[in-house]
Design a protein around this ligand. Sequence first.
Ligand SMILES: NC(=O)c1ccc[n+]([C@@H]2O[C@H](COP(=O)([O-])OP(=O)(O)OC[C@H]3O[C@@H](n4cnc5c(N)ncnc54)[C@H](O)[C@@H]3O)[C@@H](O)[C@H]2O)c1
Length: 255
Amino acid sequence: MVNIFLNGCCGRMGKAIAALCENNPDYKIVAGGDIIENNNYGFPVYTSLNECTEDFDVIIDFSNAKAVPAILEFALSRNKPFICCTTALSDDTVNSILAASEKIAVFKSANMSLGINMMVELCKQATRILYPEFDIEIVEAHHNRKLDAPSGTAMMIASAIDQEISDDIEFVYDRHSVNKARSKNEIGISSIRGGNIVGEHSAMFISDEEILTISHSAQTRDVFAKGALTAAKFMAGKEKGYYTMSDVIAQYIEK
Ligand SMILES: NC(=O)c1ccc[n+]([C@@H]2O[C@H](COP(=O)([O-])OP(=O)(O)OC[C@H]3O[C@@H](n4cnc5c(N)ncnc54)[C@H](O)[C@@H]3O)[C@@H](O)[C@H]2O)c1
């Protein structure tokens, strides 16, 4: 069983993880952290991290970018693996997480879905084989409340593809301001916003004769919660270092 400290436990993702852990013999949330007081969980919720006396195997964080430095310090002080799922981190915070990986095990992914991370691996493979003959375009769709565009996940896919290409690649965001024909060394990234879409991502590899589309559709937020729990199992007992979902997937590929 993996014992978890869940930071941001009163938020949407925190609630999804707490629900998945209920009556689950593989995971136990032993304590949580939030700025909101909550006595309705079967575990204590701390508004001040240094009041936590429970022992645990890993920390899962789904809170707020401003909260990450404090929870990272907490992970360092308790010498425990830290799984950072919170997004929109500042460069300083990202650098602190990298520095912390010299002392503890840290895990970071802008998208905890196993499916999306598998999609990234497939896109990398497709790029190695199909670029430059095929043009590459990414399309993402999300609910009408999402503030940022393109999504962090679309950028994660684009960056992974870029790393497979030795040419200098230019990301072209939508095309309304670009009045010129497409060049080879660009990746187009387009966004759609509407309704209640949880998250759709497609990478299209387009030649003159054929189109290969690698796509992923998130149906519920539970995909992220389940991915975080898979990461928790992977990280429990890990030595210092920096880990991502690629390391989790590599386990399956190596089998
Ligand atoms: N990596 C992924 O796959 C993935 C998936 C979904 C969401 N996210 C990210 O996770 C984060 C949380 O998402 P959410 O939808 O649950 O948001 P949310 O707003 O519903 O919940 C955030 C929770 O964090 C709490 N919080 C805020 N400041 C805090 C602090 N200083 N200390 C402790 N808790 C604090 C809030 O009170 C709230 O309960 C966001 O950054 C979101 O973008 C990542």
